[in-house]
Design a protein around this ligand. Sequence first.
Ligand code: ADP
Ligand code: MG
Length: 665
Amino acid sequence: DFAKSKSLAQQRQYLPIFTVRDDLLQVVRENQVIVVVGETGSGKTTQLTQYLHEDGYTSTGVVGCTQPRRVAAMSVAKRVSEEMETDLGDKVGYAIRFEDVTGPNTIIKYMTDGVLLRETLKDADLDKYRVIVMDEAHERSLNTDVLFGILKKVVARRRDFKLIITSATLNADKFSKFFGGVPIFHIPGRTFPVNIMFSKTPCEDYVEAAVKQAMTIHITSGPGDILIFMTGQEEIEATCYALAERMEQLISSSTKTVPKLEILPIYSQLPADLQAKIFQKAEEGARKCIVATNIAETSLTVDGIFYVIDTGYGKMKVDNPRMGMDALQVFPVSRATADQRAGRAGRTGPGTCYRLFTESAYQNEILPNPVPEIQRTNLGNVVLLLKSLRVENLLDFDFMDPPPQENILNSMYQLWVLGALNNVGGLTEIGWKMVEFPLDPTLAKMLLMGEQLGCLDEVLTIVSMLSVPSVFFRPKDRAEESDAAREKFFVPESDHLTLLNVYLQWKSNQYRGDWCNDHFLHVKGLRKAREVRSQLLDILKTLKIPLTSCHMEWDVVRKAICSAYFHNSARLKGVGEYVNCRNGMPCHLHPSSALYGLGYTPDYVVYHELVLTTKEYMQCVTAVDPQWLAEMGPMFFSVKETDTSLLDHKKRQKEEKTAMEEEME
Ligand code: ADP
Ligand code: MG
C-alpha cells in the first residue's frame, strides 16, 4: 500500500539512508575513498548515485555504479530513472554485456562490474567518471575483486576521482584496510526480528519440502509475502509448476474460496518484463510467492516479505581442476549467507524464516563465510585482461585475496594451448585480438579460427547463439511436440551446427516472430543473438577482419569449432558415455543433443560446457575428426591429469626434447 499511496519522492525520504544524507555527503566531500555499510534495502544502490548528482558531482563527469549482477543493474537503473523522472537511457542508463542503454545525456550509469573492467582496457584512468560506486562489494565477484586492484591505481593517479565502496556488514573492515584505512560510514538499520525455524531432519527433496512449506504458510498463516530461495532456473520452474498445481488441486477440492497465490519466478535469464513483476504489489486479497536464486539475497530488495523459505543451497561457479574448467555447481550456502537470506523476512515487520536444513548442519557443517569467486574460478579472462593491461607478473598484482597460484598457472596453461600466450607467458597476436572480444577465451578463439579457415560468417553466428540463453522453448505440457520441432533443426553430429541452422532458417523467414512461435523457439533469445552478432561484427570491422564464408561446408566449420575446445574433447567409452580426452573425466551425452538419436555414436566429440545435474552432461556437442585434435596440439593427448600447469608442461617439453636428442644420438 505504501508504494501505491506515497509518491516516489515521499518513498525516497522514507528510506533509512535519507536520515543521514547530509552527513554522508560531507564525508564524501572530505575523503577520496569511503566504505558505506548498510542493511539491504536501506537505499544504498538507488539513492547514493542520486545524492551525488544532487551534490553536483555529475557536472564534471559521470557517476558510475557497478553491480555484480546484470539483473540488478537493469532493474535498479529503471527504478532510478523513474525516481528522477527521466527516460531510461537518457539521464540514467545501464550497460551490461552486449546491451548498452546509455546515451550522450547519461550522468548516472549502472553497469555490471565486467563492463567497467572492460572499459579500463580502453581508458585506464576512467576519465569520464567523476565517481565510481562499487556496489555489493561484499559479494566478492571475480570482476569486483580485479576492479579493486585496478581502481586503487586510478585513485592514486587521479586526485579528482572518488570511489565509494558499498557493502553489507560483511568485510567492511577488510575493504577499508585495502585502501589504507579509509572511513567506514554506517547507515543506521531498521530491521525487525526474524523467527528462525529449522528442519528437524535433513530433507531429501528440497523442492518438494519448499512447496509444502509455502502451501502451509499460505493456508494457515497471516498476511505477508513469501520468498523461496532455490539454486537455479530449472528448480525455480519446477517449484513454480508444483505450486501452481497444488493451488489448483486445493481450489477444486475446497468448498471455501481459497485466497489467490501469485507465483513469481526470478532468475538472471528471465526476461526483464517478467522480472519487474516481483516489485508489483499483489492484487487485493492475494499473496505473492517469489521463487528466486541468490539474486534476492542482497541485489534486489522486495518489500513486504514476511516469510522466507531457505533451501540452504546455492549455485556457485567453481573451477574444477579435474575438469580443467568452470562448472556451475550446487553447494550448501555459508552461515553468513543463510543469515542474510533470513534477514529478508524482517524488512517490513517481524517475520519468520523456515530453513530446510537442520540446526546442527547450520552450526557444524557449513562454512562461516562464502569463498570469494577469485579463489575458486577459472581465471582465463582475468589473465588475458591483466596481461593486456601490461601486468607482467600476475602473482604481483594487488589482489585483496590473491587467487591460488595453481589457478593462475592452470589458466595460463589453457591460454597457452589456445595460442593466446607465448612460451614466456606474453600475449601473442591472437591473444591481443582475443582481448578485444567480450567473450570467454574459447569463443574468441573460435571466431579467430573462423577467420583463418575462411568460415567466419558461420562461426560468428554460432558464437552469438552460444552467448544467449537456449533458444529452444519446451513447455512442460507440450514436451513431445516441442521436441519434435527441435529435431527438425538437427544437423547430424552437431549441436553447434544445429544452432547455426536454426538461425539461418529464422533469417530466411525474415526474422519473423510468429515463425519462432510455430517452431517452439524463443523469439527474444534469437533477437538477442542477432544483436550480439551485429556487435561482434562491429568489433571484427574495427580489427579489419573480413567476414568470410565457406558457404556452409560443414566440415570446415566443424574444424573451427574443434579448435576452441581442446580442453573439452571427449572420446567414446560406452553407449552415450564419453570420457574427457585430457583427464579421463566421465561425461555424458544429453538426451536433447542432436547426437543422441543418431543410431550410432561418434568416437570423438567436443563440447561447449559440462553441466552437473544428476550426471555430468555435455552441453552443446559436436563430433570431430581425431586427426584435427592431433593437429591442433599433439601434446594434449598425452597430458596426464596431474600435469596441467604451464610449468609442468615446460618440464615435459624438456623431457621430450631430451628423449628425442637421446634417440638421435
Ligand atoms: P540497498 O541497495 O541498500 O539494498 P535499494 O536502494 O536497492 O537498497 O532499495 C531501496 C528501496 O527501493 C527498497 O525499498 C526497494 O524495495 C526499492 N526498490 C529498489 N529497486 C526497485 C524497483 N526496481 N522497483 C521498485 N522498487 C524498488
Ligand atoms: Mg543494493
